[in-house]
Ligand binder design. Sequence first.
Ligand code: AMP
Ligand code: MG
Length: 313
Amino acid sequence: MITVLTRSIAEAAEFIRSGGIVAFPTETVYGLGADVFNADAVAKIFEAKKRPADNPLIAHVSERGQIDMLARDVSVDANRLIEAFFPGPLTLVVPKTSRVPMIATAGLETIGVRMPSAKLAREFLKACGTPVAAPSANLSGRPSPTTWQAVLEDLDGRIDCILQGEATDHGLESTVVDCTVTPPAILRLGSLSIEALRSVVPEIGIHRQDAAIAPRSPGLRYKHYAPNARVVLVDSPSEIGADTGSAYIGLTEPVGEFAETMVCGSVEDYAHTVFAFFRKCDKAGIDTIYCQMVSESGIGAALMDRLRRAASH
Ligand code: AMP
Ligand code: MG
């Protein structure tokens, strides 16, 4: 398969309308989309990404009206979150309609729904004329792609088209909130902070994965976000002796020389660059990446979640 690279929304959307799969930029990371109501097209996403079949996809909408095609019995709290944060980096898990094929939700009776805020994503989704199922546009297990070049690196020849846009704004995935329980519970930390969510629904909890019971968000069980290099978390770069086979990313300037160094001006910057930095280190054949830990407030909580996952593999 030849992967078409384009900046034309109309050309990219035509692939979706004819049952193909297209990578497109959102404010979080690049997604790999298919018409959510076309089971054959959705199957192609799992194949291209080598995504386990039990990991459900998020459905992306361009307008509120499309939510009714996907979801039923949307709770009062879910509606408050929609009112406050759509469009934005938030995914709400709600009961699905029978129109959504089971393959999209990996057999679950619920569906994750999100309305992206990035301009290009919104225009693309509108041109598709249907809600678009889209996980991140990487090979399963690899760091999520924040540039079209990163998508190409993983999926060239495996997907129909890449809609080329800028590097994404946030760099971390959406926050996933389960709205089928009361109070709602965060399944995956992400670009929308807990503090922001709690300013609208103060009782929101965080779902803690219990290995003994079936995971509520199947995707959380898999290896994620990991570079090939070993990831080591440190409080401060003064703990590490610099060496030329290693890389460092953090907020504090290190003393010695590393093969790759990234000093970020803020936690937001750090979240924005971390996946691209992991990919750069892999290309350079780095064997260890030292990552400075950050305080777990705001986007820092989601960043620490991703760093811990990357470090545990
Ligand atoms: P990705 O789009 O690759 O970043 O992954 C989507 C994440 O959302 C995964 O962690 C999924 O497990 C989670 N997710 C999507 N749909 C549902 C759902 N219906 N119920 C629970 N979690 C979901
Ligand atoms: Mg993903």
